[in-house]
Write a protein that binds this ligand. Structure first.
Ligand SMILES: CC(C)(COP(=O)(O)OP(=O)(O)OC[C@H]1O[C@@H](n2cnc3c(N)ncnc32)[C@H](O)[C@@H]1OP(=O)(O)O)[C@@H](O)C(=O)NCCC(=O)NCCS
Length: 146
């Protein structure tokens, strides 16, 4: 149903802005991790239109023992294309790449509104809900990839 592939960081900015940070500037949608070594970005396309995005960077969460960890950032699907499996397809695609690179752990700071989504993808929660200004309540979620 979707074409899923790697995309350039610049291609994520419009959806990040629209869905994740509508009250902030486009500059706030550009992350320093976007161009770091090992970082990559994945998009799902429906009939040629980019409808779902996520970004991945090498970052170790100090509370987890795994040496080689990827962090998932800025996961978003356009509202009119939700619950069709696009987000899941993006994360599955990224997990294959991460495993090919011999990393075996993925974590993120999840909005509590998306917790159920990540749980469906096999993530678990870690620790307590915390505030992540200016966005709101988040919780750490993680997935062992092997
Ligand atoms: C969270 C989000 C990325 C999900 O994208 P999506 O493309 O709709 O997700 P999918 O269709 O691949 O959903 C996969 C599964 O999770 C379920 N799901 C999707 N969103 C969910 C949610 N918010 N809560 C609980 N379950 C959810 C789907 O029903 C589907 O279940 P199924 O496999 O049983 O059919 C999307 O709702 C979004 O962009 N939300 C706003 C931004 C946001 O919160 N991003 C996450 C920041 S941490």
């Amino acid at each position: 149903m979707f074409e899923v592939k790697m995309i350039n960081p610049e291609m994520t900015y419009a959806i990040r802005h629209k869905i994740l940070r509508p009250h902030q500037s486009i500059e706030a949608c550009k992350y320093t991790t976007d161009y770091e070594e090992g970082a990559f970005h994945v998009g799902a396309f429906y009939k040629g239109k980019l409808i779902s995005i996520a970004s991945f960077c090498i970052e170790k969460h100090p509370d987890f023992q795994f040496e080689k960890q990827y962090r998932l950032r800025a996961m978003a699907t356009l509202e009119e294309y939700r619950k069709l499996g696009a987000g899941k397809a993006v994360v599955n695609f990224a997990e294959s790449i991460i495993k090919e690179r011999n990393f075996d752990f993925l974590w993120c700071k999840a909005r509590t509104t998306a917790q159920g989504y990540y749980e469906k993808l096999g993530f678990r929660t870690y620790g307590e809900v915390f505030d992540y200004p200016p966005i709101g309540p988040h919780i750490i979620m993680y997935k062992k990839l092997r």
